[in-house]
Design a protein around this ligand. Sequence first.
Ligand SMILES: Nc1ncnc2c1ncn2[C@@H]1O[C@H](COP(=O)(O)OP(=O)(O)OP(=O)(O)O)[C@@H](O)[C@H]1O
Length: 495
Amino acid sequence: MHIEMKGINKAFTSNQVLKNAGFFLKDGEVHALMGENGAGKSTLMKILTGVYQYDSGTILVDGKEVRYKNPQEAEKAGIVFIYQELNVLFDLTVEENLFMGKEIANKFGVCDRKAMRKKAQEIMDKMGVHIPVGAVMSELSVGQQQMVEICKALMVDAKVLIMDEPTAALTQSETEVLFEVMKSLKAKGVSIVYISHRMEEIFALCDRITILRDGEYIDTRYIKDITMDDVVQMMIGRTIGERFPQRHLTIGGEVLRVENLSHKSLFHGVNFSVHAGEVLGVSGLMGAGRTEIMQAIFGNLPVMEGKIFIDGAEVKIHNTRDAIHAGIGFITEDRKTEGLLLDKSIAQNIELANLDRVSNRGVISNAKRNTLVKQGIEEFRIRCFNADQECGSLSGGNQQKVVIAKWVYKQPKILILDEPTRGVDIGAKKEIYNIINQLAAQGVAIILVSSELPEVLGMSDRIMVVCEGRVTGIVNAAEADQAKIMTLATGGNIA
Ligand SMILES: Nc1ncnc2c1ncn2[C@@H]1O[C@H](COP(=O)(O)OP(=O)(O)OP(=O)(O)O)[C@@H](O)[C@H]1O
């Protein structure tokens, strides 16, 4: 199936989000859509699949003009969209999610659970996914939930598959499985639109690439004919220089020390420390317990034993209030449920987290509030229409910047960042790295949990590796490389 979108215009109220945008998807190709956060990639695909209606323009599917009224219509035509934000029902099981609205009925018209379970298992096996089909979604990791979402899309006989940041929450091995599945779909003639900020993946996987900037079509090129620098230049209109900015190190005294921290089942005997001005990278495979250790330090997960010291004094952290009071900030992995109030505006999110900074003796000062919010939007380059825009309508990367702004202004002593650049474009990534370096230079002790090895290696002073709930090594970044980290992450020893 081939698709042409031409001259697409779309405004949300008075905000023109797409201006004369479009692209051409050939039969059986993997086509990357790239652009900065907020460039309009997801909106263009939501228009194609009938999630949003467009103001003007043309969509041709196999040469015939179409206008799908809803995603079900697009799906019937064979165009399936796997959304960036998970679209699963957390209280239901894997198989119930897979068959939602597509239940198999037996000859009496009753749900045939046995047949559904069999088919579910077949699909999971084909994907090489080892998740029990009877498991409840809420018990799975974000990565596993994402795999179920992908399996769900594969149940439909798709001719065009649109994937929006599919690997953001996947482990290395899950990503490899997904790429194999994509290659076999392509071999069967399925066309794939691949939205990602991960340049390496795009260069390894895609045939052609279309760049959008500020809602406008910039160009379409064959991947084999261009370099990553070309892509950056087209995306943001300039080059960004070094990917990981250099920092002049001045490491101070110990700020955080964790001794023998253990949870009933998730992690055991965790010991480490972080100094003022230091970036401690935390690496490990998905599900290794990295996030859980950080959640425990932040008072979100009960521990069985262990001690936490801040500035040399033991602190008792029973809940997040205690953690914040002790000077800990936490930028979570899952910004949608933990980091951000999506139905509140940018201004409200920043204000609520910084009430003491924007108040005079307990009364909110509009002047102080407006100054702080304006500073946040400018400093973090949050792309928005104004400070009153609801966070739910911001693009993924810009939501992440609001979360970061929210915490940075609280001036924590210790800042834990859990996957802070997930779904963030390359320019904004660099801005986040600069912010991390600035905070470190101001003496904040930083813990950077990340699944992107180049990021951990490029940004950290030391790297702690976690495997199956245990710290398997803490190495100086200068002496580390990807192979060493992977060895530790899979439970091996390094000399
Ligand atoms: N429902 C909506 N209401 C109002 N504005 C919206 C809505 N959906 C998207 N937008 C705006 O449209 C612009 C484009 O957003 P979109 O999600 O398409 O960007 P994107 O290129 O996919 O970004 P990212 O890489 O961050 O996912 C953004 O400025 C966003 O705030």
